[in-house]
Design a protein around this ligand. Structure first.
Ligand code: NAD
Length: 441
């Protein structure tokens, strides 16, 4: 089959290479020229184990990365769109106003698809073969049925006859993108017509995971069910750590480690979400939890658990900054060493990372001597949060020498030996020094 994928970020690049691995021909469209040329040179634009080998295997063979309106040597952009069995949308759906998902990138890519079709059609919208537009981006429940389909219909397209529309949420974790796609535990297809379901089942016919065809709204909801549960578990754990700290005399890490021994967890790695830290961060959990709350709210239901999950998470950086302030003391000249800037170990993603919020709170408390070290994310953090104006050091050994107090904000395994390296105070926000975390968030 021939597939076009809009957006070559974590999800789009993984999806493109995954479908190439399944034997399909994939055209990946990326509008960011820097990201596109990095991929065209056979390099990854972010840290993602295993994906580099897949890129080298498929680049120029079954995977063809191109820019908007550009063409590869044989075909125009419009030809590529027209001949595709499926068009996948893997563009960002970031925070919009009032916590709602911002769908502008998605509709932008849909418009580019339609413009490409229109440029090759003479009169009525009628494609050579039935094509399915598939949204893999995370979109709030009811978006496909109440926004995308009416949008297409308003442009004279008969959805279900001229083309199909579906969603196919993605559950991969950054740092494990390739493995999670290739060894997916479930494939969810939100569909409203049999023809689309058949095409998508064929697309995934070599995958080993169970395939679930559900309604459009159910497909979208399942993704939010997953992310909001993870966010809830993390906020629950963080609230419990604050309860324990307030009561006093409680070894928080040990308490959680013993909780995980309950055989009802079944040895699953879900236990890594039932563990306190700095609050959840990264691209997905914060925005998705807010978006589901916002969509429920605008439909007339004020979801109290979600509201408080968000509030607990929003409050965590201030709690941590207070904890650090207690460890540093009144002397504002002491140097605070931030250990870890990415939102989780094994990744250089700093989007919504708790480290940035903690640093910002520390600065509000009057601490200006802040230095930071992350094994892979110094540059990315500097690029995103340049206005925080902190200093960066390029080695673990240097920060150990230069800082007076340390704050572990990302559970990189190499920080586990810090107590052997220094007797200076350490605020272990990840509770990793007494119980090694399994490290997901
Ligand atoms: N990152 C994750 O762990 C993860 C996991 C599951 C689902 N998701 C969801 O998948 C979606 C994508 O996430 P991501 O992390 O890959 O985002 P990303 O920001 O890394 O990548 C999105 C890419 O799309 C490109 N883009 C935007 N509009 C475009 C257009 N019209 N044409 C071509 N390219 C365009 C951007 O330049 C960017 O490179 C989001 O909805 C996200 O919530 C993300």
């Amino acid at each position: 089959m021939t597939i076009t994928v809009f957006g070559l970020g974590f999800v789009g690049l993984t999806t493109s290479l995954g479908f190439a691995e399944y034997g399909h021909t994939v055209y990946g469209i990326e509008m960011n020229p820097e990201r596109l040329s990095t991929i065209q040179r056979g390099q990854l634009p972010f840290l993602e184990p295993g994906l580099d080998e897949a890129l080298n295997r498929h680049l120029g063979k079954r995977f063809h990365p191109i820019g908007i309106d550009s063409s590869n040597s044989q075909q125009s952009f419009a030809d590529i769109i027209r001949q595709s069995d499926c068009i996948y949308y893997c563009v960002g759906t970031p925070y919009g106003t009032d916590g709602q998902a911002d769908l502008s990138h998605l509709f932008g890519a849909i418009d580019q698809t339609l413009a490409a079709h229109r440029s090759t059609l003479t009169s009525h919208f009628s494609l050579l073969t039935y094509q399915v537009l598939v949204v893999k981006s995370t979109i709030p429940p009811s978006t496909t049925s109440q926004k995308i389909i009416p949008y297409l219909q308003a442009k004279g397209i008969n959805v279900g006859k001229d083309l199909g529309v579906a969603n196919n949420p993605e559950f991969l974790r950054e740092g494990h993108c390739w493995d999670d796609f290739i060894h997916a535990d479930r494939i969810v297809l939100g569909v409203s017509d049999q023809h689309s379901a058949d095409i998508l089942r064929k697309l995934y016919s070599t995958a080993s995971a169970p395939i679930h065809c559900v309604s459009l709204n159910t497909g979208e909801f399942i993704k939010y069910l997953s992310n909001t549960l993870l966010a809830t578990l993390i906020s629950y754990s963080n609230e419990m750590s604050l309860v324990a700290d307030t009561i006093g005399g409680i070894d928080v890490a040990t308490a959680f480690r013993i909780l995980h021994e309950d055989k009802r967890w079944g040895g699953a790695t879900m236990s890594s979400y039932v563990y306190p830290g700095c609050g959840y961060g990264g691209y997905c959990l914060p925005k998705d939890t807010n978006a589901l709350y916002a969509v429920a709210n605008s439909a007339g239901f004020d979801a109290q658990i979600l509201k408080n999950v968000i509030k607990t998470n929003d409050d965590m950086p201030a709690h941590i900054a207070q904890k650090v302030a207690r460890a540093v003391g009144a002397d504002k000249q002491r140097v605070i060493g931030i250990l870890g800037l990415s939102f989780k170990p094994g990744s250089d993603d700093v989007r919504d990372t708790p480290a940035a919020k903690i640093v910002s709170h520390l600065r509000m408390l009057g601490y200006t001597h802040i230095i930071a070290y992350d094994p892979v994310a110094n540059e990315e953090f500097k690029r995103y949060y340049g206005s925080l104006a902190i200093d960066y050091v390029d080695s673990y050994a240097t920060i150990i020498t230069q800082a007076d107090v340390f704050v572990i904000t990302t559970a990189w395994p190499q920080f586990a030996d810090i107590r052997q390296l220094t007797e200076k105070p350490v605020v272990d926000c990840r509770y990793m020094l007494t119980a090694p975390p399994e490290g997901e968030e």
